[in-house]
Write a protein that binds this ligand. Structure first.
Ligand code: F6R
Length: 610
């Protein structure tokens, strides 16, 4: 969703801001803008891409302090006027804002009643007017005065013509990171926009503000008392934020999965006792034994992988477990139980629905652990403990390597919980051997990319597709359909194979292909029965399966587009291997259709508004 950048120092701000905004494009946006302070405050903003803004930037746009924004429309459509930065009536104050001001309607009315002309339809504009109306002596005081009137979430950056030596920023529920350079300071809502310039950073906390000058930064609360935050050097490879020789981040990140999978397992497997060591859970064996249920919460793909995780926990730890979309959970006044372990799953650690679900559980006294990729993110900080996913930065909107590591995080959790309960040491060792085989097996599947690309080309022609699977295979089908629809914009619907004949079979025809997940397991024959029913109605088939599954006459029948064999692991771990080819199919279908793979329409990398 929206992105923020800011710069103050010895260089011209505009090119740096535009470069930073380009790095934020993957977050999802529909307009962009920048403000610089040179001789006076100057603004340029535009609906469309950062490239369009850059092409149209006035020749004389000089200034060594500036702020920039990519907007994802919430209040008011995507147009030039609603794009950020927003200003007060005199054009002295410029504000960029991520988040939502809940009482914007009321504040807009009060301002209008007072004779203020509002230029845009946005919630953000009120902030610029409120800052301009404060009579505090300092910019810090004026911004704090304005924020005191605001309900809602925000990350903001503010420039003021009367205070040209500073940028004031503030955070409440929307990330902001300060980057320290050589006699220059940066700020951004995402590390990816900073790492080219500096890896010495400070993360603002909720309720915290900061002032950036060319020489440094200070942090303080909204009552202006100091919080004395200092910056730290972080260990991040700037190349992780570059697609390199790949045509997209999604392609790069898909191919990084073997390495990413090895990272989440590293140092966490105990071969001797057939268990996992997850120090970050902050639970001793006695507390672990006391767990009676597990409830997993996540959104989108994180929810689907949560369903895979629930199966792992039930099978290995024999604890009743289920997954629920975090976006729904909070609204049904959930019963929070002391002996239930709640697990929040999130790549970004900033998804607002998941964060609010965590807050609701903790408010009611429940224990929540996080499976989170971004270290220090809001969800990670909010949880009682957790498992970092170590997938490295994931830039593409369509999640691949983080999702795989979420599955592995669940496998580790199930192993640890299982081994303090009834899972035998022999089974523990069997799973550890399986986990250790996974990175190479993932690489083996990715090595079939050329054949998968051919199959994807056949699927890309269909307007509508089914993805089907049973029990362990059903969340795989859901995730396959999710990935396909996100980037190919084809209608892809997931169904339990067993449910086909209870309705959707009516839609099967020559025009509607089915991607079927058919592992070699106790349900293979039943799955094959359903495929016969599809083939009898001339429904084209792609079957994702294991080499030892005999498809019989289906395999050579006219309905068969392709058979995709994945290597076998332990049955509990097979779902993730069955998922990998579905990512590759989605990627190549989207490529074939000429879509912008890393910036799918209407979608954002982290969904930070409800
Ligand atoms: C799908 C996808 C989304 C996210 C969802 C949750 O490819 O990326 O469905 O999984 O928005 O995001 P996180 O994991 O950041 O909470």
């Amino acid at each position: 969703m929206c992105g923020i950048v800011g710069y103050i120092g010895g260089q011209q701000a505009a090119p740096l801001l535009l470069e930073g905004l380009t790095r934020l494009e993957h977050r999802g946006y529909d307009s962009a803008g920048v403000a610089v302070l040179g001789t006076g405050l100057r603004i340029a903003k535009k609906a469309g891409r950062v490239r369009d803004l850059s092409d149209d930037l006035p020749k004389r746009f000089a200034g060594k302090a500036g702020i920039g924004h990519t907007r994802w429309a919430t209040h008011g459509p995507a147009n030039d006027v609603n794009a950020h930065p927003h200003t007060d009536a005199k054009g002295d104050v410029a504000v960029v804002h991520n988040g939502i001001i809940d009482n914007a309607g009321l504040l807009r009315k009060q301002l209008t009643d007072d004779g203020v002309d509002l230029a845009s339809e946005t919630d953000t504009e009120v902030l610029a007017h409120l800052i301009a109306r404060s009579d505090a002596d300092t910019l810090e005081g004026r911004v704090a005065d304005a924020l005191a009137l605001i309900d809602g979430t925000y990350g903001i950056a503010v420039l003021h013509a009367d205070f040209p030596d500073r940028i004031v920023v503030a955070r409440n529920g929307s990330p902001l990171i300060i980057g320290v350079g050589e006699k220059e300071m940066h700020v951004a809502s995402d590390l990816g926009a900073l790492v080219r310039y500096t890896t010495t950073v400070a993360h603002l906390a909720d309720g915290e503000m900061a002032t950036l000058t060319a020489g440094g930064f200070t942090t303080y609360r909204q009552d202006l008392t100091s919080t004395n935050k200092t910056a730290t050097l972080i260990d991040v490879d700037p190349a992780a934020y570059d697609a390199g020789e790949h045509d997209s981040f999604m392609h790069k990140e898909m191919l990084e999965q073997p390495t990413a999978a090895a990272s989440v397992l590293r140092g966490r497997l105990d071969e001797r006792f057939g268990t996992a060591h997850l120090g970050g859970l902050n639970m001793d064996a006695r507390e672990t034994r006391a767990i009676r249920r597990v409830k997993i919460l996540g959104c989108g793909s994180a929810y689907y992988v949560g369903q895979m995780g629930a199966s792992l926990l039930e099978e290995l730890a024999r604890i009743p477990a289920d997954a629920e979309p975090a976006s729904e959970f909070r609204y049904r006044n959930p019963i929070i139980e002391a002996d239930t372990l709640y697990v929040a799953v999130s790549q970004s650690g900033e998804t607002i629905d998941t964060l609010l679900a965590v807050q609701e559980i903790r408010r009611k006294g429940g224990r929540v652990i996080g499976l989170v990729n971004v270290v220090g993110s809001a969800i990670a900080r909010e949880c009682d403990g957790g498992i970092y996913l170590h997938a490295g930065p994931e830039v593409a909107v369509a999640s691949t390597k983080a999702l795989t590591n979420m599955f592995l995080g669940f496998a580790l959790l199930a192993l640890q919980l299982g081994r303090v309960r009834d899972l035998s040491i022999a089974d523990g060792k069997r799973l550890i051997a399986g986990l250790n085989r996974l990175p190479d097996q993932i690489a083996e599947i990715l090595g079939q990319e050329d054949q998968l690309a051919e199959t994807a080309t056949r699927l890309a022609g269909a307007e509508s597709l089914f993805f089907i699977g049973r029990v362990r295979g059903f969340p795989v089908a859901r995730e396959g359909a999710q990935k396909f629809k996100e980037i190919s914009y084809r209608h892809a619907e997931a169904y339990q194979t067993s449910e086909l004949k209870h309705g959707p079979l009516a839609l099967i025809s020559e025009e509607v292909p089915t991607v079927a997940v058919v592992p070699a397991d106790e349900l293979t024959d039943r799955n094959l029965g359903a495929l016969h029913e599809i083939a009898a109605r001339r429904g084209p088939l792609v079957v994702v399966t294991h080499a030892d599954v005999d498809l019989g006459e289906l395999g050579t029948g006219p309905a068969m587009i392709a058979r995709i064999d994945v290597p076998r692991n332990e049955p509990e771990l097979d779902p993730i291997l069955l998922t990998i080819p579905l990512q590759v199919l989605a990627y190549h279908a989207a490529l074939r259709l000429g879509h912008d793979i890393d910036k799918p329409r209407n979608l954002a990398k982290s969904v930070t508004v409800e």
